[in-house]
Design a protein around this ligand. Structure first.
Ligand code: 5RP
Length: 222
């Protein structure tokens, strides 16, 4: 019986195998945030010198990349990336995701938007029929915290401030539980339009292109 850690390692290894043909001397790789992304970063170090560098979706991932001797570029220096690799908190069969458990959702969405392909890596426990069991993270400007929380309540959710947490962008996170998300694109769009919302953790308008999900019997590719 493989542990969850083993499964995360398996997903990270599968992603490294998947992206290996994309590694050229001028290629810049988009790198996500979280425990699964950490394993991907560690593996990426073996390919050091075979690609130009990486754009990170958080200060935490940037430090891990730098410590391993991988050049970290500012997104503003990069016009295109062949691929962005990241984990997810939930993913459904349409490859819509909830992300942001690690609080890096805004930079994750921005970096992913510049990459040609989004590869989601996770263990199979993240695959769900309907998104919403995992509380939906919303990054808010501090001034809008209470207003956004009231709006989330009006949508049927239960908002909770992530206490003591400040994002890399200096903002706060509200985690909204109790939402049954049947139309993820519509909710993502609606939340994007609420004043004070920086980003919400739904990745549905631009879903993953490929999911490499680790199972007890190997990698399941969606
Ligand atoms: C961070 C994220 C992560 O991808 C998500 O939380 C999954 O993390 P892990 O790989 O540790 O399960 O969105 O903001």
């Amino acid at each position: 019986m493989l542990s969850q850690q083993d499964l995360k390692q398996q997903a990270a290894d599968a992603a490294l195998q998947y992206i290996a043909p994309m590694l050229t001397s001028d290629a810049v790789i988009g790198v996500g945030t979280g425990s699964t992304a950490d394993l991907f970063i560690d593996g990426l170090a073996k390919f050091r010198g075979k690609f130009r560098g990486a754009v990170a979706s958080s200060e935490r991932s940037a430090k891990r990349l730098t410590d391993l001797g991988i050049l970290v570029l500012d997104l503003n220096e990069v016009q295109t990336m062949p691929v962005y690799v990241d984990g997810a908190d939930e993913i459904n069969a349409q490859l819509h995701m909830i992300k942001g458990g690690g609080g890096a959702l805004t930079r994750e969405k921005i970096v992913a938007s510049v990459a040609k392909e989004f590869v989601c890596i996770a263990d199979e426990s993240k695959l769900v029929d309907v998104l919403g069991r995992f509380p939906l993270p919303i990054e808010v400007l501090p001034i809008a915290r209470e207003a956004v929380a009231r709006m989330a309540t009006s949508l049927g959710g239960s908002p909770a401030l992530r206490v003591g947490f400040v994002t890399d962008n200096g903002n706060q996170i509200i985690d909204v539980s109790g939402l049954s998300i049947n139309d993820a694109c519509a909710l993502e769009l609606a939340l994007n339009n609420v004043p004070g919302v920086v980003t919400n953790g739904l990745f549905a308008i631009h879903p993953a292109d490929v999911a490499l999900l680790a199972t007890q019997s190997g990698i399941r590719r969606l």
